[in-house]
Design a protein around this ligand. Structure first.
Ligand SMILES: *Cc1c(COP(=O)(O)O)cnc(C)c1O
Length: 472
């Protein structure tokens, strides 16, 4: 399987190179040349098998020609062995035809672990084969950083630098990143927003000298391997509710559009999904874009669901690419409009194609709190504030179409956001025992200005992989 860039001006790469590259050299995102298709029997055959085996099967066609089946099977088994629940991503019913898929059973209690644990193992394998190291630089609105740090800590081939917006992540999220003592881990508190962090990251990736000098690798949700890893739970969740015979919808708390894009890819692969419901918080660019056809970021508003406090949803580019008939010139023109005039109009035909598969709904802070309280009252289940946006959007979809089951993705454990839970139900969700250490452990991070040059030099000084000829 070969991969092409959405901007049409980067070399075609194989899966292992896409895995290490993250962003394409032309600033675009890698997508597979075609989506592998599964027939109904192959989907039905996923019922009842271990999650890790389903993952190996589903990822195999994307990785064809790079990771042999046995390597993939070993990597998935190892990646999911540390999860707290035997089924990895258990499904819980909270109302008629309304289910939550718990994606927070991994080591950092957010769905990012499902992709990151696997990504770390695949990257390590690819680096070993090449006999080289890598420098991972990531931007995080909270959970990606923690998941990446946890997945890569202590690895001797990889240094990890994580930029997070200072003061805009929850205490638990920050502590998950700053209490890790391993010397290959560098947490950077950026005096800026997540979008600032992501924009610095993109620009570092565009700098060829720097990129090749430190062996830059990306683990943000723009990394295609993460998207692929996330398709797996759409299949396992749907199959356990009767797919492929029964059609259902998914409601997805959305920030950078990586998670819901994985649902779209699962659908392209043949999974019968009725609607993909995008739930956003007050940062509603996607809801506005679907309603009006104009993609136009505004300032970021901090909310109680910080992992969704994002205005530029990077992975939306992959959907647009398909919706625009895979025309890189048209896509480049759209994004030039974004750079020059702060937004662009999605072409009519593309908008129609997107609306055929997606709904989008912005959920306010009050609605989020009310949803946590309602679900607790009616079913004794505690939703985290991110998941609550998805459940709220799911209920609206069910009100219109009660006969199609909806799976809301539970993207974080409620204990990560104690203030939001306390406010909604008057008590905090207890932190799982494995998390207690981080509440008292010493923190270690570097506070840096929102200044690309400063970030670049900090990474160059601290990365073990140095440009050839630069010594060490
Ligand atoms: C990252 C994250 C999201 C948003 O996922 P995207 O793939 O960025 O859309 C939602 N909820 C939680 C808890 C997250 O960590």
């Amino acid at each position: 399987m070969q991969y092409i860039s959405t901007r049409g001006d980067a070399p075609e790469l194989a899966f292992d190179d896409v895995l290490l590259a993250g962003l394409a050299a032309d600033g675009g995102l890698y997508v597979p040349k075609t989506y592998p298709a599964l027939d109904r029997d192959a989907i039905a055959a996923l019922a009842g098998i271990p999650y890790a085996d389903a993952a190996a099967r589903l990822i195999a066609p994307f990785a064809a020609g790079t990771f042999p089946g046995n390597v993939l099977a070993q990597a998935t088994r190892s990646a999911y062995s540390g999860f707290s629940h035997a089924s990895v991503a258990p499904l819980v019913q909270i109302a008629d035809n309304l289910f939550v898929l718990e994606l927070f059973q991994g080591p950092t209690l957010a769905f990012k672990d499902l992709a990151m644990q696997l990504l770390a193992r695949l990257m390590n394998h690819a680096l070993e084969q090449r006999g080289r190291g890598a420098t991972i630089v990531g931007a995080t609105s909270g959970d990606t950083g923690a998941a990446a740090i946890e997945a890569f800590r202590g690895q001797d081939r990889v240094d990890v630098f994580i930029l997070y917006p200072d003061g805009r992540v929850s205490d638990v999220q920050r502590r998950q990143m700053t209490t890790v003592a391993d010397s290959n881990i560098h947490a950077i508190a950026l005096k800026g927003t997540f979008d600032d962090a992501q924009s610095i990251l993109k620009s570092l990736f565009r700098d060829k000298e720097f990129r090749t000098g430190v062996g830059l690798a990306g683990v943000n949700s723009i990394n295609w391997a993460r998207v692929v890893a996330q398709t797996v739970y759409y299949f396992t969740g749907a199959v356990s509710l009767g797919a492929p015979l029964r059609k259902l919808s998914f409601a997805v708390p959305t920030g950078n559009f990586g998670d819901v894009l994985a649902g779209y890819v699962a659908k392209r692969m043949g999974l019968p999904i009725s609607r993909l419901i995008v739930a956003t918080n007050a940062n509603d660019i996607l809801a506005r874009a679907l309603a009006t056809g104009r993609y136009e970021p505004r300032g970021v508003t901090p909310t109680q669901s910080p992992s969704m406090d994002i205005q530029l949803s990077s992975n939306f580019e992959r959907l647009l690419f398909d919706a625009m008939g895979r025309d890189p010139a048209a896509l480049r023109a759209a994004f030039a409009g974004l750079d020059q005039s702060g937004g662009f109009d999605i072409p009519e035909s593309a908008l129609r194609a997107i609306r055929e598969e997606f709904d989008a709904r912005s959920v306010s802070e009050e609605e989020t709190t009310a949803e946590i309280a309602r679900t607790w009252r009616e079913s004794g289940y505690v939703l985290d504030p991110h998941t609550a946006t998805g459940v709220r959007a799911a209920r609206e979809s069910l009100a219109k179409d009660p006969s199609t089951p909806v799976i809301a993705l539970a993207t974080a454990h409620p204990a990560k956001f104690p203030a939001a839970i306390e406010k909604a139900i008057g008590r905090a969700a207890p932190l799982p025992a494995k998390m207690e250490r981080i509440l008292t452990a010493a923190e270690r991070y570097t506070l840096l200005d929102n200044d690309e040059a400063r970030i670049r030099s900090f990474i160059a000084e601290n990365a073990r992989a140095k440009p050839v000829g630069a010594g060490a």
